[in-house]
Design a binder for this molecule. Sequence first.
Ligand code: APR
Length: 225
Amino acid sequence: MSKVVVFSGAGISAESGLPTFRDNGGLWHNHSVYDVATPEAWARDPQLVLDFYNARRQGLREVKPNAAHCALAELERHCEVVVVTQNVDDLHERAGSSRVIHLHGELTKARSSERESLVYDLGERDIALGDVCELGSQLRPHVVWFGEMVHNTDEVCAAIASADKLLVVGTSLSVYPAAGFIELAPPGAERVVVAPELERVPAGFEWQRGSATEFVPLLCNRWSR
Ligand code: APR
């Protein structure tokens, strides 16, 4: 059974109705990263940061997985599939993918602002100022802010380094170290990137120019045979 590793970004959730970051109208066009997605922003105005992530978490209620998420979950019937995602939404899990590794955290979780190992499931609840962990420290979003360490790097590197097939979908590949992990795929691995446009096609990749819902189901069909 071949091992498929998927490296996904915000674009795979775009057709579900969640905004990307850098496309026109994206999150970073409507908010300053420095106001809502850095430790300094949290220290300066925690309420503004909580409002930003509470709104994004509530947005999860109005959306559902799309055909790309579902095709990847279905692919598990034929291949070993590991989804490495930069996304903090839970659409891969809700589609049925059983091995999802989040590099940048998860909207549906909160963590202690004092001890990052204390992580709590929020489900659909907001985080309010005054919500504290068992140590009495303010809860914060379990999301990686700019300047913080990404999560699960050892597990991600091991997965990509042992891939037979690597699918990169819905990412501008503009944020490191995440974007650099795709270079760890073994020389003989099949490499496909799905995106409507790309500033540069990563070396060795077949570029399927279009949307995730158009190309990912077709690719999963090809890889299921
Ligand atoms: N199907 C496939 N790809 C799409 C679609 C679609 N329907 N719509 C947009 N895209 C592509 C865009 O062309 C773009 O290349 O998705 C990509 C989205 O890029 P970004 O907005 O930069 O999102 P992402 O690459 O996930 O950002 C990485 O940056 O701000 C941080 O932590 C944040 O995880 C995020 C990281």
